[in-house]
Ligand binder design. Structure first.
Ligand code: HEM
Ligand code: HEM
Length: 204
């Protein structure tokens, strides 16, 4: 297994290049996606051409995130993460693991609920101008056309409940990364192309 692990040569304490690129790309895209969702729902007039344009970009970008997350899960399975720094208390290890797992679930459920939302009607779905299928099973499970109340509830989950969980988990995640950055067990260098503290070859 270790012969297939893609990590910067000689530094088993760091995430691999693919994991780092995917982490930061997906993180930026999720924040852009939340901004686009807000603009299209709150700032632009309903059914205006600009709103339709932003919605089209939101849908295509959301589906792009879904594909990138699937690639990321594949990379994660092929390349187990580096062990956490020695001396980290058990509760911190648990919290970091739970927060990471929650992020993986959210990174799948966010785009899947969005995809389910646009699969409720008969309107075709466009992925950067290309045809994209409706989410299989949605019509059978929720009805076609789905009752208004079902659409409303699914929309509430996508635009409100999940976003708040993402933002709270992000706050926990960033607070954890910053805490370790300053308490002598820094982790930022493991996920960013930063210099390893203590220089090459030093222990974490
Ligand atoms: C929405 C945005 C973000 C998401 C979804 C996200 C998600 C994740 C996930 C799932 C992991 C675990 C990787 C794995 O073990 O497979 C991780 C690790 C990490 N993230 Fe983020 N992240 C986000 C933003 C950030 C930001 C803004 C920072 C900067 C403080 C950050 C810093 C880190 C660091 C340092 C690690 C490595 C932790 C370790 O050493 O084990 N992340 N992130
Ligand atoms: C990580 C991925 C995604 C994130 C973070 C995200 C986030 C958001 C946000 C923040 C809103 C509006 C919130 C507000 O009203 O202030 C929204 C609305 C919406 N999103 Fe997403 N979204 C994602 C993926 C998708 C995907 C993949 C689709 C479709 C294929 C989609 C379709 C929609 C639709 C149709 C709405 C409007 C819902 C309504 O007003 O009832 N989203 N999204």
């Amino acid at each position: 297994m270790s012969s297939h692990v893609i990590r910067p040569a000689g530094d088993p304490g760091r995430y691999g290049a693919a994991a780092m690129i995917l982490h930061w790309t997906i993180a930026v895209l999720i924040l852009v996606q939340i901004g686009l969702g807000w603009i299209m729902n709150e700032a632009l007039p309903d059914h205006s051409p600009r709103q339709e344009l932003v919605e089209g970009v939101h849908i295509s970008l959301g589906l792009t995130i879904l594909l990138l997350v699937l690639v990321r899960i594949g990379v994660r399975i092929a390349n187990p993460p580096p062990p956490l720094p020695a001396g980290m208390p058990a509760w911190e290890r648990f919290l970091a693991g739970a927060s990471h797992l929650l992020f993986y679930v959210l990174m799948l459920v966010m785009p899947l609920t969005g995809w389910a939302l646009v699969s409720l009607g008969a309107r075709p779905i466009s992925f950067w101008g290309l045809p994209w299928p409706h989410l299989p099973g949605v019509a059978a499970l929720l009805g076609s056309p789905a009752p208004k109340a079902v659409r409303h509830q699914l929309s509430h989950v996508h635009v409100y409940i999940l976003i708040w969980i993402v933002l709270l988990n992000l706050a926990l995640h960033v607070a954890g990364a910053l805490k370790h950055q300053f308490d002598g067990r820094p982790v930022l260098w493991r996920m960013a192309g930063l210099k390893r503290p203590g220089g090459p070859g030093s222990a974490s």
